[in-house]
Design a protein around this ligand. Structure first.
Ligand SMILES: *[C@@H]1O[C@H](CO)[C@@H](O)[C@H](O)[C@H]1NC(C)=O
Ligand SMILES: *[C@@H]1O[C@H](CO)[C@@H](O)[C@H](O)[C@H]1NC(C)=O
Ligand SMILES: *[C@@H]1O[C@H](CO)[C@@H](O)[C@H](O)[C@H]1NC(C)=O
Ligand SMILES: *[C@@H]1O[C@H](CO)[C@@H](O)[C@H](O)[C@H]1NC(C)=O
Ligand SMILES: *[C@@H]1O[C@H](CO)[C@@H](O)[C@H](O)[C@H]1NC(C)=O
Ligand SMILES: *[C@@H]1O[C@H](CO)[C@@H](O)[C@H](O)[C@H]1NC(C)=O
Ligand SMILES: *[C@@H]1O[C@H](CO)[C@@H](O)[C@H](O)[C@H]1NC(C)=O
Length: 406
């Protein structure tokens, strides 16, 4: 079952979503602590026109329906190293192209250099309403978003001809206003769409203390290892100048998160071999403190998330069914398991409780993208595949990003 929604466009006034009486029941139906935490998953079709794909999560954690809502913009696809054919398994080569924060969803339209904002109907979280028109960017080919509710800021990373990060002040109703400081350029020389053989920002996230914005910039795979950028945040603004380090030992940083219970360490995937832990000093300078190499080797280990159920980091590859678990403090490999997945690998994913939900795009534009549901409650060495859900509705290998509402 599916519906194509013609989205409501909300005006300037702040929306308060009141209860639809018929939707009161679903809000009450969760309870069991061991059950699924997520109520709805969101991914991007990243086609043109672009759509948010909303997938409700049933009480036992499984998936069965798909709802598509147009974003008002177009998707985009990186070019393969040949500079001509569309990249088959990693359309945006990034983490966090779709981010849910509070009751709002923020998504990139890589092909139209814009960001769309949706209000989530809290009584039916598959029902999304556009907040105004898509917001046009200075940079080209946006691929990653970071949101801080505490700072009331949203930043976007771009990887096309004009590339870098730019930031917006965010109202409590999801409206975005430019911060007046413009594009903080990375100065990378690349066409639009970019090719997989150029550097580019691949994730963005704020530190928990709100004092830094972290931007891992992936290398070009040809000997340039990329770097980690730290943008200080002060007086409500993200700095115009970053501190860049290429710590010895990294080869191709991709994405990650701040290490739980640490003020100055971040866990990042490194697509060349697995994952690293970096320590940032007070000046934003990064040093490698841990490194874990997958064995047997797995190509393109790209997406990293922490699970407080398994108390470990999980890392996925879009070209391998090998699911890696890491110690979050040392980046030591503590689990490597082949999951069951007809599409041969996982991209962006979330772990909102005992289930890991991973986007499985497949490797050709004839593939039907799916979501692999994996039970991680038995620990880092024993993830168990529960379901493979085919999204359908034309959503193919260009799909990107995963977020959830709980
Ligand atoms: C999970 O719930 C769905 C929907 O209620 C149902 O169709 C499916 O059979 C259930 N699966 C298991 C393993 O209980
Ligand atoms: C979807 O949400 C909008 C905005 O809250 C609301 O006006 C509309 O009735 C909702 N649609 C459905 C089908 O619940
Ligand atoms: C922040 O504001 C304070 C007080 O106005 C000022 O002293 C300080 O230099 C500002 N810091 C930055 C980084 O702009
Ligand atoms: C930054 O850290 C590196 C080690 O990764 C070190 O060699 C270098 O001296 C540090 N630079 C500064 C300015 O502290
Ligand atoms: C785990 O994370 C979830 C979601 O952030 C949170 O609700 C829960 O309290 C956390 N549990 C523990 C034991 O930290
Ligand atoms: C997992 O898959 C890889 C690649 O296909 C293979 O080399 C390895 O032996 C498999 N491991 C197990 C435990 O099946
Ligand atoms: C699908 O893939 C083929 C083979 O790589 C390519 O020629 C074609 O342009 C792709 N179609 C789209 C819509 O990207």
């Amino acid at each position: 079952m599916h519906r194509f929604i013609v989205p409501t466009i909300l005006g300037a006034a702040c929306l308060t979503v009141f209860a639809h009486p018929s939707h009161l029941e679903p809000a009450l139906r969760r309870g069991a602590a061991a059950g699924p935490v997520a109520k709805t998953l969101y991914t991007l079709s990243n086609l043109s026109p672009n759509s948010v794909v909303a997938i409700p999560v049933s009480d036992n954690g499984t998936l069965s329906e798909t709802f598509l809502t147009p974003t008002g913009g177009d998707g985009g696809v990186y070019l393969s190293p040949d500079g001509e054919t569309p990249e088959p398994v990693d359309a945006l080569a990034s983490a966090d192209p779709i981010v849910r924060s509070g009751n709002y969803l923020y998504v990139v339209n890589a092909g139209s250099d814009s960001v769309s904002v949706f209000a989530i109907d809290t009584y039916d979280s598959t029902n999304l309403s556009l907040v105004g028109e898509p917001v046009q960017l200075e940079g080209r080919f946006p691929v990653t978003i970071a949101v801080s509710e505490e700072l009331a800021l949203l930043c976007v990373g771009t990887v096309g001809t004009d590339n870098g990060i730019e930031c917006f002040k965010k109202s409590t109703c999801g409206q975005l206003t430019q911060d007046g400081l413009g594009l903080r350029s990375f100065g990378i020389d690349t066409p639009t769409p970019p090719t997989m053989t150029t550097d580019g920002v691949s994730d963005l996230f704020f530190s928990r203390d709100g004092k830094s914005l972290y931007a891992p910039v992936k290398g070009n795979g040809l000997g340039d290892d990329g770097w980690i950028s730290v943008f200080p945040v002060a007086n409500g603004s993200v700095a115009t100048k970053d501190i860049r380090t290429t710590p010895s030992g990294i080869e191709y940083l991709f994405g990650g998160f701040q290490v739980p219970n640490s003020d100055n360490e971040i866990f990042l995937s490194d697509s060349s071999f697995g994952a690293v832990v970096l320590r940032l000093d007070d000046n934003g300078n990064a040093t490698l403190v841990g490194k874990g190499v997958a064995s047997p080797a797995v190509a393109a280990l790209c997406w990293a998330q922490y699970s407080n159920v398994s108390q470990s980091a999980w890392v996925t590859s879009p070209v391998s069914n090998s699911l890696l678990a890491y110690d979050v403090n040392t980046a030591a490999v503590i689990g490597q398991t082949n999951i069951t997945n007809p599409n041969g690998g996982l991209g962006d994913f979330v772990v909102p409780g005992k289930y890991l939900y991973g986007l499985a795009t497949g490797a050709s534009n004839g593939t039907v993208a799916g979501i692999a549901v994996v039970d991680i409650s038995k620990g880092s060495t024993s993830p168990e595949t529960v379901q493979f859900f085919s999204i359908g509705h034309g959503v193919n290998n260009y799909a990107a990003g995963l977020a959830y509402w709980a």
